[in-house]
Design a protein around this ligand. Structure first.
Ligand SMILES: Cc1cc2nc3c(=O)[nH]c(=O)nc-3n(C[C@H](O)[C@H](O)[C@H](O)COP(=O)(O)O)c2cc1C
Length: 373
């Protein structure tokens, strides 16, 4: 990392927000004190153990969350599902996100996770994937207030661990149910709610509705509301805090584009300024490190194919040309992978230097089944 220090004008807004945040002590999930107020949003297929560990190592992360985990699969002892809840001493604190439409299965899964020593349990109420929605789980719970509250209550009452819920603002613009749900979930005992500020019908289109998140913040009595959606810079985070009144935020795609964002936000909160994100060379080193963690975890063969999606984000953010990006994504052996990285290292970034600040990278809007997450 180069030693450049960015000093944005300490704008009145930035100072106002920092001073408001200073007035709140740290974010509490029940009895669990989070080390920072910036959380990693679950991103199925990306926020796996190696990535969470890496982001914790870079600093500033309050809590990582696993990909969503099928409560039924967990109780059936599915090997693939059990993999998703594996952790590491550096991956703490972490939450496991579970989904399911049956209160009894969700309760059993929560007790199982508590016995395994996880720090917190997050209930998914945003999953749009039809095979999840049609079982009465995920986003469909947003349309069934009583069933949703009963399910949440069953989980909360089954464990001592903090239980949180992640949801969108509602099913569509005519049903912005999140404020009411958040209030009811608080009464049922949840430790926090996380809100992606869009409706399910909206997919990822348009901009995040901060006013809608504010309504959730105003609807609850004392639990933290974790505001989520489209945060990719310090300015985005400042706007989120300012316009919603929230005490915590979570970042998904922005963390793939810039895994240093958690540390930058901690620096901003403490001093008003922050170090730039990693350079091309830093990112290359980080990419290798993440691959090593992945390889240690799942073995070389699986790691090579599982890393492709992640390599796409890294190489895009690093301004690597299309042909070299392709080479790293199609590597089938360790030799091919190493050769592709060596070629990337030699070529450097398009239109930027290897150890300076990289130009901004536009975060893509997900396509396919993820577009309604
Ligand atoms: C590829 C992808 C996978 C996602 N997986 C999950 C998931 O497993 N559970 C969940 O609650 N949300 C999931 N989400 C939604 C994100 O957690 C987050 O709410 C959303 O991306 C908006 O935040 P962002 O703009 O910071 O990315 C996913 C989103 C994407 C793009």
């Amino acid at each position: 990392m180069n030693g450049l220090r960015l000093h944005p004008q300490s704008s009145e807004l930035s100072e106002r927000v920092r001073s408001r945040l200073r007035a709140y002590s740290c974010v509490q999930y029940g009895s669990l004190s989070l080390p920072s107020r910036t959380l990693l949003s679950p991103l199925a297929g990306f926020t796996n153990l190696p990535f969470r560990r890496l982001v914790h190592e870079l600093g500033g992360l309050g809590l990582g969350t696993t990909d969503l985990v099928n409560a039924r699969g967990l109780m059936a002892g599915s090997e693939k599902t059990l993999r998703l809840i594996e952790t590491h001493p550096l991956d703490r604190p972490f939450a496991v996100q579970i989904f399911g439409g049956e209160a009894s299965v969700m309760r059993d899964a929560a007790q199982f996770l508590e016995a395994r020593g996880v720090d917190s349990i997050d209930i998914n109420m945003g999953c749009p994937v039809p095979k999840v929605v049609k079982t009465g789980a995920g986003a469909s719970l947003m349309c069934h207030a009583d069933a949703a509250t009963e399910l949440v209550r069953a989980v909360v009452e089954a464990v001592k661990l903090p239980v949180t819920v992640k949801m969108r603002l509602g099913w569509d613009a005519s049903q912005l149910t999140a404020p009411r749900f958040a209030r009811e979930f608080e009464q049922a005992g949840v430790a926090a709610v996380a809100i992606h500020g869009r409706t399910r019908a909206q997919g990822f289109s348009g901009t995040v509705n901060r006013d809608g998140i504010r309504q959730v913040v105003e609807a609850v009595e004392k639990i933290p509301v974790v505001a989520n959606g489209d945060i990719r810079t310090i300015d985005d985070a400042i706007a989120m805090y300012d316009e919603t009144g929230c005490k915590a935020i979570s970042i998904g795609r922005g963390a793939l584009a810039n895994p240093w964002i958690f540390r930058q936000l901690a620096e901003w909160e403490a001093t008003g300024s922050w170090m730039p994100a990693g350079s091309f060379n830093d990112r290359l080193a980080l990419m290798r490190r993440q691959f090593v963690y992945l390889q240690e975890w799942v073995g070389e063969e699986t790691a090579l194919s599982a890393f492709r999606k992640m390599a796409h984000w890294y190489t895009k953010a690093m301004r690597v040309g299309a042909a070299l990006r392709q080479a790293v994504q199609t590597a089938n052996t360790m030799e091919e992978f190493d050769e592709a990285l060596a070629a990337i290292a030699a070529a450097g970034p398009n239109g930027a230097s290897k150890d300076g600040v990289l130009p901004d990278f536009q975060i893509p809007v997900p396509a396919g089944p993820n577009e309604r997450w």
